[in-house]
Structures are given as C-alpha cells and as structure tokens.
Design a protein around this ligand. Structure first.
Ligand code: FAD
Ligand code: NAP
Length: 549
C-alpha cells in the first residue's frame, strides 16, 4: 500500500527517515524485498551530508573509490571519480545519479521533516508524524538520519545583535556566499574549519580564525585520478572492497608497522615520513598501536607538532597552532587540502586563541573576546554537530509501554549493536550509536547495516514474525563492551564530539563502537548465525520485553 496524498493516515510497510547514503540504499533494499516504503527527507533533494555541507573546500577525506556504494555493479561501472578526494558537488551528483539510476525519488517526500514516531501498542504499528501535518503508519520505522546532520551552534551572548552575516557550514546557502574582500571570522578548527580556512583566506579581505583547540592536520595529498589508475581500481574492485569490509577503518590499507617498540629513531622517522607523504588516512596506518599505546602516540604526535612548526613562520603563532592537550587521533584527525598551517603566514590572516581569551559576546560590529574586539562583516560557524544522537533525538520517539527514547537515553545512548533499542519494537537505527559509524569509512559501514537490516526483515518474512526487539541484557552487554574498548584506547584523553563533549549538558559517553569494522561485522554475523542472539522475535506483541535472556 502506498501513502495517500490527502494528508490522512495511511499504511506502508516501512518508513525511512533520511535520503543520504543510508536512506537511499535502505529504501532500495526494502523495495527489492517487495515492501512498500515511504522516505521522508528534510532537504529538497537527496544527498544528506553532501546536500547540506556546501562550504568552500568541502570534500570527503575518504578516498573516492571507497567513498561510494559497492552493491551495484552498474553504478560502479558507470561512475568515474575525478579525484582522489572528490569535492562536495561531485559527491552530491553521484548520490543524485544513484537515486535516479535506482529510481528511488518517487518514494521520497522532500522538504518534509519527521517530528515524531509513536509505537501504538494496540495496533502494533508505528505512527509517524511530519512537520506538514502528515501522519503515516508503518510496521517498521527505520532511522537513516545521519550521525553528523544536526548542526551545533554555540549559544554566544548577543548573537542576534551582530549586524553582519552569520552562516553555519552545514547550512551553507545553495547560491554560495560572497566573501570577496570581506572581513570574515571562522569559529572552529575541526575538520570543517581546517578545510574551509585556506579557501576563505583566498577570498576574504581579512580573515580571523577563532581557535579553541589546535588540531593535528595531515596533508591529504589530493590529485586527479588518472585513467590507468582508475582502470586498475576497477579491475580489482571486488578485492579492494572485500579488504575494506574486513579492515579496521573500512579502508583497504595495511598497517605498516605494529608498534614503534624495537625500532630505531631513524626507522621510526622514515616510517612516519612515508605515512606523511602517502597522506590522508594512510598516515594513521603507520603504527597499529597509535590509538592504544601512549609511547607510540607521543612519538606520532611529536612528529606532527614538528611538522606544524616547520610550516608556520612566526614562532608564537606556531606554538598556538601546536596541539599539546590531546593525543593524535583522540579527536577525529582532520586533513589539510590547501596549506592550512601556511595560511597563517599570510598578512591578512589572524589567529585568535579563544582558549586563552574566550569569546565573551557578539557585538553589532563583530566578536568580543576577553582581550580584543574583532571587527567582522561575516561570521562562519564551523562548530560541528550534535553528533550521533542529535538528529535521532530531534524526533520524539516513543516505543511500547511508554518508553520514550529521550528519557531512556538521558545518561547516554543505549543500543544493541547500534542497530536497535530495547523497548522500541521494529525500530532500526542505521549507523546508530555503538556501531563503528563515524570511526569508519562510512559507506562500508552503511552498506553493512542496511544489508543486515534487510536480511533480518527477509528472515522475519520467511519465519512469519511481525516484531523484533533487542533484549535489554544484550543491549546492556553491548554498551559495556563498547565502553570497555573505548577505555582501553586513548579516546578518553580528549574532549571530543565522540564523547558528546562539544555540546553543553550532553552526557559524556563514548558513542561509536571503537573495536573496528572487521570485529564488528564478524560480531553481527555471529549474532545471526546464533539465531539472532540477543534479539526477540514475535508473531504478536505479547512476548516482547519478557525475555529473561
Ligand atoms: P546523512 O548524509 O547525514 O543523511 C541524513 C539525512 O537525514 C539528511 O539529509 C537529513 O536532512 C535527513 N534527516 C535528518 N533528520 C530528519 C528528520 N527528522 N526528518 C527528515 N529528514 C531528516 N564520512 C566518511 O566516511 N568519509 C568522509 O570523508 C566523510 N566526510 C564528511 C564530510 C563532512 C563535511 C561531513 C559533515 C561528514 C562527512 N562524513 C564522512 C560523514 C558522512 O556524514 C557520512 O559519510 C555519510 O554521508 C552519512 O550518510 P547518511 O545517509 O547516514 O547520513
Ligand atoms: P568539530 O570537529 O566538532 O569542530 C568544531 C570546532 O568548533 C572545534 O574546533 C571546536 O573547538 C569549535 N567550537 C565549538 N564550540 C565552540 C565555542 N563555543 N567556542 C569556540 N570554538 C568552539 O566539527 P567539524 O569540524 O564540523 O567536524 C565534525 C565531523 O564531521 C568531523 O570530525 C568529521 O567526522 C566530519 N567531517 C569530515 C570532513 C571530511 O571528511 N572531509 C570534513 C568536515 C567534517 P573544540 O575542539 O575546542 O571543541
């Protein structure tokens, strides 16, 4: 049955929220299973991240040949990436092409935000309500809302008093922004701020970068993909993807060395130089224990600190740009596409250290810190996202017996495998908290989640089950395991968005699963082989939530 256009209640088999990489593939798989599907998407087009993030310099840090779908031979054969790391317009075009090729647009309602989803215990269905007053019922409610899709804007005093223009990088206007000759301020030096800074410096009359925490950027070493290189990738495609699926980060790269222990200083330096020259995430593959071992990490971090000092002419500015308070990799490593550090050698670029002198307020003319006033015409927030849970909890989700997701997660998210939540029958969360998601090359993790969910629904169809729900004890165990693994690594040494530290009052818990893509995939496969261990299935609602596990 398809949704009726009258605004009345209608029934579909599945509602999917979001039309980025996740929602598009999910709706394709469900339709292949013969299910009727309704997708809701806030944006006027497909693309998700790549629809919204149009700021100058936006491109992916994953290499293009693995930052895409692998499931369709036709898509893969027809599409040719131009660069090692494609720019936002090219990735958006790719997702548009995929949506058209798979003929997915008809089942998507664009410019429609899901506001709530409520499980009706009598009917045994979800009722999904949108911001345009629509109400749809469905058997399955599938979130594909993205881990990094709810922008975070710090609540600076007097922001509305500012008489210039304000933008957030993840809500960049379609028609672009005129920055030529302007006095521009960028707040934030994460992956986004670092990509953006050199591009804005090329256009602005004056640029001030407001930095609270310096970061370790490694050169991406972008370049065009040559025909013969692309031909070789295509010839080995299946092997490359299989390596990515059974890897640490969802990337088909080998670790160069296990550890620094036992190597001479010269050997270590050569290894790090090789990683530096290879660029991008290949650098992180130099030593396998970089995120586990303080000694190795300090060597790697110190190598990067020296590289920063070499690139910045003014020693005082260089020291401000050198990170000392967190180990390399404990925050998401950013990539440098256009001489980020060297940008601070330019006459018209100022670094404002807002750790030392915090922003106190906006004024009509700019930004006031505890030390100085900065006159600005345009302020760009590169301040990131309410990550992992922001977009999910922006919807009011109520499960069976009055379980409200926001209340259940007051102390932090709690899922089983990042795929489902106890108390919420037939809810699936693609790249949910406690799955590898943002600690991986995401298309690999997205395909794995979507395939797992689709296979599970197919299994339910074949067995005559109407409902699935994780057992509480299984979720409890999974969350403990995720926390235990995170505590063994260096993640706890940084105030990062991985831990919710960027958003005031957010619970400080480590949200992604840090055990690696391969370990996680094998665990998901093991769960299925053991008859979906940790999940309850039922033909009617009665038995759910009663399992003693
Ligand atoms: P998204 O692309 O975020 O799509 C979610 C969609 O859901 C959005 O379109 C949103 O509008 C919609 N939505 C949310 N809530 C609602 C609602 N209530 N109602 C209706 N619609 C809703 N990952 C990598 O692996 N490698 C990279 O190099 C990389 N680069 C990135 C660069 C940037 C600038 C950013 C921000 C992220 C990057 N990521 C990268 C992560 C990226 O988010 C994922 O790779 C991927 O695009 C996620 O796809 P998705 O479909 O799961 O989520
Ligand atoms: P982010 O990593 O959260 O960085 C936000 C920046 O804003 C940080 O420097 C933060 O400082 C600063 N900030 C936040 N609140 C502030 C305040 N009140 N005062 C001063 N500074 C403040 O966000 P992001 O750079 O948008 O990146 C988010 C994630 O998106 C990345 O980690 C990555 O996963 C993804 N991404 C990927 C790419 C890519 O692959 N090419 C590009 C962009 C983004 P603190 O560090 O002190 O909190």
């Amino acid at each position: 049955m398809t949704r009726d256009d009258t605004g009345g209640t209608a029934a579909v088999d599945a509602v999917v929220v979001g039309a980025g990489f996740s929602g598009l593939y999910m709706s394709h798989r469900l339709r292949e299973l013969g299910l009727s599907v309704q997708v809701f998407e806030k944006a006027p087009d497909v693309g998700g991240t790549w629809y919204w993030n149009r700021y100058p310099g936006a491109r992916c840090d994953s290499e293009s040949h693995i930052y895409c779908y692998s499931f369709s031979e036709e898509i893969r054969d027809e599409w040719v990436w131009s660069e090692r790391y494609p720019e936002q317009p090219e990735i958006l075009e790719y997702l548009r092409f995929a949506a058209d090729h798979l003929d997915l647009r008809e089942q998507i309602s664009f410019e429609t935000a899901v506001e709530s989803a409520t499980f009706d215990g009598d009917a045994g269905t979800w009722t999904v309500e949108t911001d345009d007053g629509e109400s749809v019922t469905s058997q399955f409610f599938i979130s594909a809302v993205g881990c990094l899709s709810e922008p975070y804007i710090p609540d600076f005093d007097n922001r509305s008093a500012f008489e210039g223009e304000i933008y957030h990088t993840a809500r960049w206007p379609q028609d672009g922004v005129d920055l030529d000759g302007k006095r521009v301020g960028i707040i934030g030096t994460g992956s986004t701020g670092i990509q953006l800074t050199p591009e804005v410096a090329d256009r602005a009359g004056h640029l001030t970068v407001f930095q609270r925490t310096p970061n370790y950027a490694v050169p991406a070493r972008n370049r065009p993909l040559e025909d013969d290189e692309w031909a070789e990738i295509k010839a080995n495609y299946d092997e490359i993807w299989e390596d990515a699926r059974f890897s640490w980060l969802g990337m088909p790269f080998e670790m160069t060395h296990a550890t620094t222990a036992g190597m001479s200083d010269e050997e270590i330096r050569d290894a790090l130089e090789d990683g530096w020259q290879a660029g991008g995430f290949r650098f992180l593959h130099t030593f396998e224990d970089t995120l586990f071992n303080d000694d190795t990490n300090e060597i790697v971090s110190e190598f990067l600190r020296e590289k920063i000092r070499e690139q910045v002419e003014d020693p005082e500015t260089a020291e401000k740009l050198v990170p000392t308070a967190h180990p390399y990799g404990s925050k998401r490593p950013p990539m440098d596409y256009g001489g980020y550090y060297e940008t601070f050698n330019r006459e018209h670029v100022t670094l404002a250290d807002v750790a030392e002198n915090p922003i106190t307020e906006f004024t009509p003319e700019g930004i006031q810190t505890t030390a100085d006033h900065y006159d600005l015409g345009t302020v760009i927030f590169a301040t990131g996202f309410d990550a992992m849970t922001g977009a999910l909890l922006a919807m009011d989700i109520e499960g069976r017996d009055g379980h409200v997701l926001e209340e259940e997660w007051e102390g932090g998210p709690r899922t089983y495998l990042g795929l489902g939540v106890d108390g919420f029958p037939n809810l699936f969360t693609i790249t949910g908290p406690q799955s590898p998601s943002v600690l991986s090359n995401m298309p690999v993790s997205i395909e794995q989640h979507v395939d797992w969910i689709a296979d599970c629904i197919e299994y339910m169809q074949s067995e005559g089950y109407e409902y699935i729900e994780p057992q509480s004890a299984a979720a409890e165990r999974w969350v403990s395991q995720t926390n235990m693994l995170a505590n063994e690594m260096l993640f706890s040494e940084a105030e990062s968005w991985y831990r919710g530290a960027n958003v005031p009052d957010k619970p400080r818990v480590f949200t992604p699963f840090p055990g690696g893509v391969e370990t996680y995939r094998r665990e998901c496969e093991r769960v299925v082989e053991n008859g979906y261990e940790g999940f309850d299935f039922a033909e009617s609602l009665g038995p759910l939530g009663t399992s003693a596990d």
